[in-house]
Design a protein around this ligand. Structure first.
Ligand code: PEP
Ligand code: MN
Length: 368
């Protein structure tokens, strides 16, 4: 039973230019002046809330790990002076306690915390009976269940205002972005929890300032409920995430250029146009399903021949031949090779599994 799906989580109020919510602020609080100046410059954007890190989860020791609880007082003061709410990352009940005491308005749970059900549960327990919005970043690894599990833990602690933050996923190999967006994961989260607001953090996905705008637009094209973007009054001097932070003025320029798209296509021309094409797509999909069923129906015969001849179920040469053929077809039809490879990996895997199941069945039948 999913406890979250039924809850009314549509609590985020729209921001005109960022589809819904716009949260901005520095990666870390470094000094009262840096926070005050950055917040003041960001005020022109009419952000819904400021963000700022007080305790920084750094990958390696001996880097700047945040100023700690003492900073909360002047962070809150800077936010109040701009008449805006402020949100801070928490990773332990001690952080929660300090934030609540300082009147921090909203909390977020970082990617390195979401991975740990123990830590998430401790946070959720420390928030029982407290009414404060909690934003849950995805875990560092691409594991949707872990993300959903963390959201459920807060929901079960009766936190009513919960949102997800998509900040991409770590990869061993360094790709164009710091964190791989794996857009299919937040899309699936939306399907599983349709009432959960999900915002995107393009700063931590991009990892570099000049790619932030592009990632933000990709998020809006997919209908995210808002954006959380890092901004610093002097990014090159930032003590954490210097490469990805934007000057407040640069952020203003980006936000002005973002194109907001409609998620709902009511009964207008676009709706009827889409409907006609979707009908054709549905027909093709149902042909694909019939063909897949037909393809899989050969598994038993294959298993029978392989078993009788004491052959392995997986035949590397045959698999290589399938891949080569698909790549030739991809070239011919102008389709991306990785796309066909992924599909046939899934189909082949299913065929192998089905044959293995028949192997067991046939063996039992022979033995009895
Ligand atoms: C941050 O927001 O500065 C941060 C540490 O984020 P994440 O948990 O996404 O790495
Ligand atoms: Mn950061």
């Amino acid at each position: 039973m999913n406890t979250v799906i039924e809850k009314p989580f549509n609590w985020i109020k729209p921001h005109a230019q960022a589809s819904n919510w716009l949260i901005a602020g520095p990666c870390s609080a470094e000094s009262p002046n840096q926070v005050f100046e950055t917040f003041t410059q960001l005020k022109q954007l009419n952000v819904n809330a400021f963000r700022v890190g007080i305790w920084k989860p750094r990958t390696r020791p001996n880097s700047f790990e945040g100023l700690g609880a003492d900073a909360l007082v002047w962070v809150k003061e800077a936010a109040v002076s701009c008449n805006k709410p402020v949100m801070v990352e928490v990773a332990s009940p001690k952080h929660v306690e300090a934030c609540l005491k300082a009147g921090i308005d909203m909390l977020w749970v970082g990617a390195r915390t979401t991975v740990s059900p123990f830590m998430v549960q401790e946070l959720a327990d420390s928030l029982k009976g407290v009414s404060i919005p909690v934003f849950v970043k995805n875990p560092v690894n691409p594991d949707l269940e872990l993300w959903i599990g963390a959201i459920e833990r807060f929901a079960q602690a009766n936190i009513e205002k919960i949102a997800g933050i998509h900040r991409g996923f770590s990869t061993y190999e360094k790709l164009a972005y710091r964190n791989n967006p794996h857009w299919e994961i937040p899309i699936e989260l939306r399907r599983r929890m349709p009432h959960l607001p999900i915002i995107c953090d393009p700063s931590h996905i991009a990892g570099i300032a000049h790619l932030v705008a592009d990632v933000a637009q990709q998020a809006l094209n997919l209908g995210f409920d808002g954006l959380m973007i890092e901004s610093h009054k002097n990014p090159s001097a930032a003590l954490s995430d210097a490469q990805q932070q934007l000057l407040p003025n640069e952020l203003v320029e980006i936000i002005e250029k973002l194109v907001i798209r409609n998620q709902n296509c009511s009964e207008n021309q676009a709706f009827f146009g889409l409907q006609a094409i979707r009908k054709e797509i549905d027909a093709i999909d149902s042909d694909i399903i019939s063909l897949l069923a037909q393809r899989l129906s050969f598994a038993k015969e294959l298993a029978d021949i392989k078993l009788k001849n004491n052959l392995t179920i997986y035949q590397p040469e045959r698999w290589q031949e399938i891949v080569t053929n698909k790549f030739l077809a991809a070239d011919k039809l102008g389709l991306p090779k990785e796309f066909l490879l992924k599909i046939w990996q899934t189909i082949h895997h299913q065929s192998i599994n089905t044959q293995a199941m028949f192997f067991d069945e046939l063996k039992k039948a022979h033995n009895s």
